[in-house]
Design a binder for this molecule. Structure first.
Ligand SMILES: [Zn+2]
Length: 292
């Protein structure tokens, strides 16, 4: 009798478990479809084309020179830690081992440093929230902007390669793709003393050639799970702060795309606090598994 009920319980448990699994799968699948549709290849281009006014208000030269002294001394403390997460097919972070916190999100800031990146890094630093800043070479041509990159790096943030000129990789030949990626990696290395460990293609458009090159260079390629700050409806502090936290796309391991933009910079503190209120921890990019 006792044995029978154990077996019954087991059967019920297995039944429930398989239902849960299939639910998960279908969620993931529908999630993936959403992402593919949402992948704002056009929209992000729109944002870029409409070119936000390039204000440099946030990067006051005073702050720059204050930080300069520290630059050389602390250089290179962006250490890779033990790999805890890998990326799945929808770019979410998935724990490598059981027992690792699943309830994490990855913060990423693209198109940096273009006027607001330093302020964003300072906000995140105060909140003790790690992130990756994906930078473009065309934003790194002045000494002032290189100094901003050094400061962001010195605060401990990961620096990612977002190509030199933000060109759509599928629209340029292989030689150009190579230049777009390698010349920026060199520029980053010259500036902060180390090569970038992460890569994100402009508009999320990857080519086989570029993907292979990125891996050869030891960089982890990623797109993102969701982001909204290029859409007309979300170009204000309150709207972007709300949608980044209150979206059905916020799931365990979500890879959050934001940009170096005025409204996103203004909303960043609310976004981090909102995510934490929902129980999410900001994942340290240095715990992501890199290509061998
Ligand atoms: Zn971009």
């Amino acid at each position: 009798m006792f044995r029978k009920s154990i077996i019954m319980l087991l059967i019920i448990f297995l039944g429930l478990f398989s239902v849960a699994c299939s639910n998960n799968e279908s969620e993931e699948e529908s999630g993936e479809e959403q992402i593919t549709e949402e992948e704002p290849t056009e929209q992000e281009t729109n944002t870029t084309d409409e070119s936000e006014p390039e204000t440099d208000e946030e990067t006051s030269p005073d702050e720059d020179s204050e930080m300069e002294g520290e630059t050389e001394q602390t250089s290179g403390d962006e250490e890779i830690k033990e790999a805890m997460y890998e990326l799945n097919e929808i770019w979410n972070l998935v724990p490598i081992e059981e027992g690792t916190n699943e309830k994490v999100v990855l913060l990423t800031i693209d198109d940096a440093p273009d006027g607001h990146a330093l302020e964003m890094a300072q906000t995140l630093d105060q909140l003790d929230a790690p992130a990756i800043f994906f930078v473009n070479g065309h934003f790194l041509e002045s000494e002032e902007s290189k100094d901003v990159l050094r400061q962001i790096h010195e605060m401990g943030f990961a620096i990612g390669n977002h190509t030199y000129n933000h060109q759509r990789l599928s629209e340029v030949d292989e030689e150009t793709q190579k230049q777009e990626i390698l010349e920026l990696s060199e520029l980053i290395e010259e500036t902060i003393g180390e090569k970038p460990k992460f890569f994100r293609a402009p508009n999320g458009v990857n080519t086989d050639y570029a993907s292979a090159l990125v891996e050869e260079e030891g960089m982890l390629l990623m797109n993102w799970t969701y982001g909204y700050d290029w859409e007309a409806d979300y170009r204000s502090k309150d709207a972007i702060a709300d949608i980044m936290v209150n979206t059905e796309l916020l799931t365990d391991g979500a890879n959050l795309l934001m940009h170096d933009r005025e409204w996103t910079a203004a909303a960043l503190e609310d976004i981090v606090k909102g995510l934490r209120e929902k129980g999410y921890e900001m994942a340290d990019p240095m715990t992501l598994k890199l290509p061998e």
